[in-house]
Design a protein around this ligand. Structure first.
Ligand SMILES: [Zn+2]
Length: 347
């Protein structure tokens, strides 16, 4: 099972070993409030609703993609969710009685891109997420990089404009995030356009207004794009990636925000370092973190003798419902399934 704490909701899904995502379910929750166990219970029961007892017994593990910081006791601190030392993993384990493995969302995206996305043939790269916050998943020599405290890629809190008044969630002013994250693009647009705070406005609306020639929208995107491009030029010169993949809300602004980012990257980066670097957007969509969580849970399970044995237990042929597609093919083992072609099912 894969679980994605994406910020506004918790997404649950089942997957087999080739990344086919099935039975998605999404539960909204109130950021800043303790999570009600009912939400977890509901999410888990919804994705398992069509499985019989035998199929449930073949669940191997749970992979969780999380934002923020996880302490050694498995408690999550995520400013965007309003959680401080929240025992999310323990709650999940209690509901499912399965091993729970967690990976930071930056790494989940990297793992998914390496496994099924556009980074399959690249060994050194950056995955840049622009959403409520800005983070960068880094992989070098084919592996995600952690850093001492797992805080590699906190690009959002680089001080990009020391004279700026823009207040960041970390309490400082002038961080990249305070200028170029989705919520701060919206905030700046409101301020420039003199909009009331109560009016509904999303970052996609700002992109759309820029397309229609709205000067305030264009000015905000120009500032955000240049700030992001400049910050990324430092990362590129420092890490020498061969691919840069953009994900999150910025994908919707591929035509109005990304060109400004690219132009600033080109202006600020040594041509020798930038030459040949592929710059692209993720094509894995909303399932990216779910797939990354599956990849991580699968890899981790392979290193556990008991879980490996469970994975390799024969899957009997039978007249079961359609969820585990392997059962339709007759007898097989998890290892054999690894050789099967990926398949996407949008149910
Ligand atoms: Zn900050």
């Amino acid at each position: 099972m894969a679980v994605d704490l994406e910020g506004r909701s918790i997404r649950f899904a089942l997957s087999n070993f080739v990344g086919d995502i099935r039975y998605r379910w999404e539960e909204d929750f109130e950021p800043g409030q303790p999570l009600q166990v009912d939400k977890l219970r509901m999410g888990v029961s919804r994705v398992l609703r069509d499985l019989d007892e035998d199929q449930c017994s073949r669940l191997i593990a749970v992979g969780v993609s999380y934002p923020g910081l996880l302490d050694p006791e498995g408690r999550l601190t995520a400013f965007n969710l309003g959680w401080q030392h929240f025992p999310f993993l323990a709650q999940l384990h209690e509901e499912l009685h399965l091993p729970v493995f967690a990976e930071h969302d930056k790494h989940s995206c990297v793992l998914a891109e390496r496994w099924l996305g556009c980074a399959q043939d690249y060994r050194h790269g950056l995955f840049v997420i622009v959403e409520r916050g800005i983070g960068v998943g880094v992989f070098l020599d084919g592996k995600p990089v952690d850093g001492w405290r797992g805080m590699v890629g906190e690009l959002g809190h680089c001080l990009i404009d020391p004279d700026a008044d823009d207040l960041c969630g970390c309490g400082r002013r002038g961080c990249l995030e305070s200028i170029a994250s989705s919520v701060n693009i919206v905030r700046q647009y409101r301020e420039r356009a003199g909009m009331a705070g109560s009016d509904e406005l999303r970052v996609t609306d700002v992109f759309e207004r820029a397309r229609r020639g709205d000067e305030a929208a264009k000015a905000v995107l120009d500032r955000a794009g240049k700030a992001l491009g400049r910050a990324l030029s430092y990362a590129i010169q420092f890490l020498n990636p061969e691919i840069i993949i953009f994900g999150g809300d910025i994908i919707a602004g591929e035509d109005v925000l990304l060109p400004i980012v690219k132009e600033e990257i080109i202006r600020c980066t040594l041509p020798e370092v930038l030459s040949g670097v592929k710059i692209t957007v993720s094509s894995l969509g909303l399932d990216i973190r779910l797939r990354g969580a599956v990849s991580m849970a699968f890899r981790t399970s392979l290193q556990d003798a008991d879980l490996l044995e469970k994975m390799c237990a024969p899957v009997l042929t039978g007249q079961r419902p359609s969820m585990p597609r392997q059962s339709d093919r007759g007898a097989g083992t998890a290892a054999e399934l690894l050789l099967a072609a990926p398949h996407t099912d949008h149910n």
